[in-house]
Design a protein around this ligand. Structure first.
Ligand code: THU
Length: 139
């Protein structure tokens, strides 16, 4: 398993991102799964954008925390580049992003770091490590 720790990042940034993800997890709307998720993205302008999952009675319309965080970042300034995303689900267990979210997040920066909690440690790798053969549209 490849764990990537970016030297250019201060580790406290990851802890801060995780903290923000935990905060926004409190706002999750997850009455169907009872699985609240929080995500926080740090953009290249150092701003943090957060999102939680928002479920729907028509289950397939649920939006994951990661995509809600991303759309909030883009809505703030579509030139923002996401550098890292922290995702939290159950305490201490890594909450891996789903395939749909990885594809969507890759659109804006496949090199972004995914920061997950694993017990007392952090599990960090790039997005593209999760989905190296994703769909790409050649225009
Ligand atoms: N979920 C997320 O928000 N992000 C993930 O990375 C995985 C799953 C949500 C979708 C649904 O509301 C709940 O978690 C259970 O699948």
């Amino acid at each position: 398993m490849s764990i990537l720790i970016e030297r250019s990042f201060d580790k406290s940034i990851f802890q801060n991102l995780l903290l923000r993800a935990r905060e926004v997890q409190q706002q999750a709307y997850a009455p169907y799964s009872a699985f609240p998720v929080g995500a926080a993205i740090i953009a290249d302008n150092n701003e943090i954008f957060a999102g939680s999952n928002v479920e729907n009675s028509s289950y397939g319309l649920t939006i994951c925390a990661e995509r809600n965080a991303l759309t909030s970042m883009i809505a703030s300034d579509r030139k923002n580049i996401p550098l890292a995303i922290a995702i939290v689900g159950r305490p201490g267990e890594p909450c891996y992003p789903c395939g749909a979210c990885i594809q969507v997040l890759c659109e804006f920066n496949p090199s972004m770091l995914v920061v997950l909690e694993k017990g007392e440690t952090l599990e960090i790798r790039t997005l593209e490590e999760y989905l190296p053969f994703r769909f790409k549209l050649d225009r």
